[in-house]
Design a binder for this molecule. Structure first.
Ligand SMILES: [Zn+2]
Length: 534
């Protein structure tokens, strides 16, 4: 607790930095200055393999509140401190020590894996060679003051455009660094392939692709899962029903207080970019894991079904089907799994991203060995490259469009709902663009923003391939554009209903011109924001 209290002042500081860095839009790299290698007096963590008497026994470990990393039919891998280790051993099940973290070491390199310094150097090189395609950012700092470096890859990188933001994050667990190499390889592939490879060119032109290759730089150097405060960052995000009760609202607060600095930085960055699809890389298993990891009342080992369960299966398959070993898994059919059906955890990045912003976020376990020899990276890359691009391309499917003010044409930050689905997405304040990934079908949707009359549209057809475009012009009830809702607007609405004037201009709720539109305008003229009744 003391360690947590010691860093509580940081999120505000980071927030300030983030604002500055993201808005400057330039190439900003902060080179790592810390040479620390170990975690000082942090107590040891044991990595334990626990043999399970039955497949259902894993639930008992979850209920003990342990940090579980992996569960198979026969065993679980857990990260335990001394008292947790004693508790596990008291169960009487066979326990084997796999590793003790932090590992005592005098080595200065991280077994050939690239660290913050290497990444800073690469980003600096790329931003100078490809200034038309990328920008580098520091989205925060670790406990030991190493930068959390991100690169944004898109054509015209300084222009906010109608493109979905997509993302990969790696090494949230410091002892699972393969994803860092995958992110760096992916960035290089996009930059070098732009203009020659059609698929790469399309992704770079039509999305804003962000890569944050190393979320836990202290853990990488110390060879530990956890950060330098001995906190598991993928258990540190706000927990639904405990720390927050529903999706974000425009203008709302994120509440980063008390989070680890790495977690708070990722939260601020997520709020700023509204990622449409995102994946975070892990090691220790081979599966594309999708939300929910946790739903109140659903026991570990039972699927926790989100409103987008079918969609999540589809996008997870878009990853696994291009990773042949993952798809051929004998533990997980087709290489995908609902997080809670595997084993439930609280405080995961994927649950928070999805529940807060509607981001389709996957936890991508890309190998049974957490830290294989660096010489095997070309093999890993060959097995993940097409999966990585295929998954991000799903951001271009479903329904997309611009939400604007009907009178001024300015972008509107709106909440975008699919009727019958309780998880919204959001349009951006800067451009007004929204991107709602959906499976092929027919949908009704609703757009809501403070001060505006909600807009609804039915019979929206989604087919395979590029997203259906639905642009929306929201009305405040001000039909004549004089910046007030008053008697003259009511008169225009009445006239339209009598067949004098444009019916479209007086249709303020998207459902065709009717008496309801007049009621909306009357209500707004007297300051009522509720929907007309009757
Ligand atoms: Zn992990």
């Amino acid at each position: 607790m003391n360690e947590k209290a010691a860093v509580m002042g940081r999120p505000t500081y980071i927030r300030g930095w983030l604002r500055v860095l993201l808005r400057v839009g330039g190439c900003l790299i902060v080179v790592m200055c810390s040479g620390q290698n170990g975690y000082g007096d942090v107590p040891p963590t044991w990595v334990l393999e626990v043999r399970l008497p039955s497949p259902e026994s894993a639930r008992q470990l979850v209920e003990m509140g342990l940090t579980i990393d992996n569960v198979t039919r026969d065993y679980a891998v857990i990260y335990a401190d001394a008292s947790e280790r004693a508790a596990v051993e008291s169960l009487g099940w066979p326990v084997r020590v796999l590793e003790i973290q932090p590992a005592p070491t005098e080595e200065k390199t991280v077994d050939g894996y690239r660290d913050s310094g290497d990444i800073a150097a690469l980003f600096s090189q790329w931003t100078s060679v490809y200034p038309h395609l990328c920008r580098a950012y520091t989205v925060g700092y670790s406990v030991q003051n190493r930068p959390l470096l991100a690169i944004k890859i898109t054509s015209n990188p300084d222009v906010a455009a109608d493109k979905p933001a997509v993302r990969y994050i790696a090494t949230i667990h410091g002892d699972e660094p393969v994803g860092t190499e995958m992110c760096l390889n992916f960035a290089e592939w996009l930059l070098t392939g732009y203009g020659t490879d059609a698929r790469v060119t399309r992704l770079v032109d039509e999305t804003v692709c962000w890569l944050l290759p190393l979320m836990n730089p202290d853990g990488l150097v110390a060879r530990t899962r956890r950060n330098a405060n001995s906190i598991d960052l993928n258990r540190n995000f706000p927990v639904y029903a405990l720390d927050f009760s529903g999706p974000w609202t425009p203008g709302g607060l994120l509440n980063t207080a008390g989070r680890e600095v790495e977690t708070a930085s990722i939260m601020e960055w997520s709020a700023s970019e509204r990622f449409v699809v995102s994946g975070t890389f892990h090691g220790g298993s081979l599966v594309a894991n999708y939300p929910y990891d946790y739903e109140p009342g659903v026991p570990s080992g039972v699927a926790a079904i989100s409103p987008d369960e079918d969609l999540f299966q589809y996008v997870a398959l878009r990853y696994s089907m291009y990773n042949p070993d993952m798809y051929a898994s004998t533990q997980f059919p087709q290489g995908i799994v609902n997080g809670s059906a595997w084993y439930s955890i609280t405080g995961s990045l994927q649950d928070w991203s999805y529940r807060m912003f509607g981001t389709l976020e996957l936890t991508l376990e890309i190998g049974y060995t957490k830290k294989p020899a660096i010489s095997t990276m070309p093999t890993y890359w060959a097995k993940n490259r097409d999966a990585m691009i295929s998954y991000l391309e799903t951001a271009l499917e479903g329904v997309r469009g611009l939400v604007r003010d009907r009178v001024g044409g300015t972008p509107v930050e709106a909440v975008v709902w699919v009727e019958g689905n309780s998880q919204p997405v959001f349009s951006s304040a800067a451009v007004g663009n929204y991107h709602r990934v959906l499976l092929p079908g027919t949908y009704a949707m609703r757009w809501e923003a403070a001060g505006y009359i909600p807009w609804r549209q039915r019979d929206i057809q989604v087919t395979e391939g590029p997203a259906t475009r639905v642009d929306v012009n929201l009305s405040t009830g001000d039909l004549n554009g004089d910046n007030a809702v008053n008697a003259s607007d009511i008169q225009i609405s009445v006239n339209a209903l009598l067949g004098e004037g444009s019916p479209d201009a007086a249709d303020v709720d998207g459902l065709g011109l009717s008496i309801t539109d007049l009621q909306w305008v009357i209500n707004r003229s007297i300051g009522k924001t509720a929907a007309p009744t009757g």
